[in-house]
Design a protein around this ligand. Structure first.
Ligand SMILES: C[S@@+](CC[C@H](N)C(=O)[O-])C[C@H]1O[C@@H](n2cnc3c(N)ncnc32)[C@H](O)[C@@H]1O
Length: 523
């Protein structure tokens, strides 16, 4: 009987044909078992002539494990195979792919680079594609630099751009009365990307209207089921969910080490959850931390923009609310990109608006009630003090509440702020509170002509932007006014671009920003 290495060729042939049949049936359990059997045959007869068969069997079993969603076992087999033959192309590719899928871009890149350097692997077209993809994702995960321009410019056609997990210069710390919060460890400017992260789970729906309660309930139930399905199969995700607030103010919330938010190989060690999932606790966590994509502080890019969606993203769950927020998010597929909506200094807390903050203090106080906490942010405290101190301002505020002669009131407000005297920062807060009135003055050509000589919209927008952060409504209004009579000088254009970067983040070039704003204006 013919022998290949130490094993009989006939036995090998039988195993190969069975493996092909199982592969076609996609019976990965039997496929993996079959290779376990072959590996044990090889190990029984440890002659060097069996090594090639052993390497190939380990490599095939690794593929089986991958199909069975057991990357830990798959990686172990790859490493065993590579310890015998470090240049085994198929195993290097399999290992690279597993690492790539788990966000281990650096080590994945090493595998693909090695293949490229080998005489029998370098010209492989698939390897070139994987190498390019891996280089791109590795760069994003290191720098947070993303360019969505092409996707935006082609009207979001084609696949959603591939993104990678990224964590900027951030730290979770205790944050006084708000529990824990996310803090910057370096200065950043408006538009800087702070976090790129994929959802634990999302659920989307096209609801007939915002008050479609039944539709919303179905969506929520599906979302909860998805989350529970995920945590039952992944211990690490369950651990991360346990680090989030469940809203019980009497629980002492721990400050997690930032390392837990990085993709790591620890994900492989224990996949199936061994302890029973406390569904009640998970539900409370979802209540406090789930985000809806359609929100004043977010922009959904792409085809999902017509849907309503709810999702859970781990690190963004540590962002507290403020009425002078400094961060906004954009949604790309299931990815969330958090960016600075204005310049932020090292040591400052990263905050976002849980509800519309371009509204007066009493309205905001009403909104915050539904969230179950009192907002004690700097802006609320300052506005309370300023309106308490100056009777003149209080009267104007009352006038706004009645909705009479908005133009006259805005002029009065500007004059009163000059007299009172109110600091520049405080002016930004107050203007943000009455944004509706300011914007109504510039809402039509006629009134813009009437009021535009007395009030500089670009300056008002700038002062709100610097204190309360960028907002798409402000950007939209400023852009439309500049189109209809702005002097178009470079300074003005650069200001608008900064506002745009604060609104959408630095994720696209000027051309794409223009296309996005114009599409928005056309709506
Ligand atoms: C998404 S979590 C934010 C992170 C949370 N502080 C923590 O320690 O995990 C939302 C919860 O944080 C608290 N929170 C957020 N913003 C707050 C604010 N401005 N004032 C008081 N509590 C706030 C509330 O308890 C809220 O339900």
């Amino acid at each position: 009987m013919e022998m290949q290495g130490g094993l009989e060729e006939e036995v090998l042939q039988q195993i190969r044909s069975r493996a092909t049949a199982l592969l076609l049936k996609e019976d990965w359990v039997q496929y993996t078992n079959l290779y376990t059997h072959l590996i044990s045959l090889c190990n029984r007869d440890d002659s060097s002539s069996n090594h090639k068969t052993l390497v190939s069997a380990l490599s095939n079993r690794a593929d089986g494990w991958s199909r069975l969603h057991n990357p830990a076992a798959a990686l172990k087999d790859c490493d065993l195979a590579l310890s015998i033959d470090p240049g085994h192309v198929k195993t290097l590719i399999s290992k690279g792919k597993i690492l790539l899928e788990r966000g281990q871009y650096g080590p994945a890149l090493e595998c693909f680079r090695k293949v490229k350097s080998l005489s029998n692997g370098g010209s492989n077209a698939m390897v070139q594609v994987l190498l390019k993809k891996c280089r791109n994702l590795e760069a994003i995960s290191r720098t947070g630099l993303v360019d969505l321009s092409e996707w935006v410019l082609c009207g979001f056609a084609g696949k959603v751009p591939e993104l990678a997990e990224f964590m900027g210069p951030l730290e979770v710390r205790k944050s006084g009365h708000t529990g824990r919060g996310l803090f910057l460890t370096k200065n950043v400017d408006a538009g800087s990307i702070l976090i790129i992260t994929n959802a634990v789970a999302t659920c989307r729906g096209i609801l007939s209207n915002k008050s479609d309660e039944r539709g919303q309930m179905v969506m929520w139930k599906n979302f909860v089921d998805k989350i529970l399905g995920t945590v039952e199969n992944c211990e690490k995700t369950l651990d991360l969910i346990h680090k989030l607030s469940n809203g019980d103010s009497d629980t002492e919330l721990e400050v997690p080490d930032m390392g837990v938010f990085k993709p790591d190989l620890g994900l492989f060690t224990s996949d199936k959850v061994t302890t029973e999932v406390d569904v009640g606790h998970v539900l409370k966590v979802l209540d406090v931390n789930s985000l809806t994509e359609e929100s004043v502080s977010a922009k959904v890019l792409g085809l999902n923009s017509g849907c309503q969606a709810v999702g859970l993203w781990i690190l963004p769950s540590f962002v507290n609310h403020s009425c002078n927020p400094n961060a906004r998010r954009i949604h790309v597929g299931d990815w969330l990109i958090l960016h600075a909506s204005r310049d932020i200094k090292a040591g400052e807390e990263v905050t976002s608006a849980y509800f519309d903050v371009l509204r007066p203090l009493p309205d905001r106080q009403e909104s915050v009630k539904t969230w179950g906490f009192d907002c004690k942010c700097e802006r609320c405290r300052i506005e309370e003090k300023v309106f308490g101190l100056f009777k003149e301002l209080r009267e104007i505020e009352y006038g706004f509440a009645k909705g009479s002669d908005l133009g006259g009131l805005v002029i009065k407000l500007e004059e009163a702020m000059r007299r009172c005297p109110v600091k520049e920062r405080e002016k930004g807060y107050i203007r943000a509170s009455f944004w509706d009135a300011y914007s109504s003055l510039f809402g039509s050509e006629r009134s813009a002509r009437k009021w535009g000589r007395k009030i500089e919209l670009v300056q008002v927008a700038q002062s709100i932007f610097e204190t309360v952060g960028a907002d798409e409504r402000i950007l939209k209004l400023v852009t439309s006014r500049l189109k209809n009579g702005g002097n178009g000088n470079l300074n003005e254009m650069e200001r608008v671009m900064r506002l745009a970067r604060g609104t959408y983040g630095k994720v696209m070039r000027k051309q794409a920003v223009k296309a996005l704003i114009e599409a928005k204006l056309a709506v």
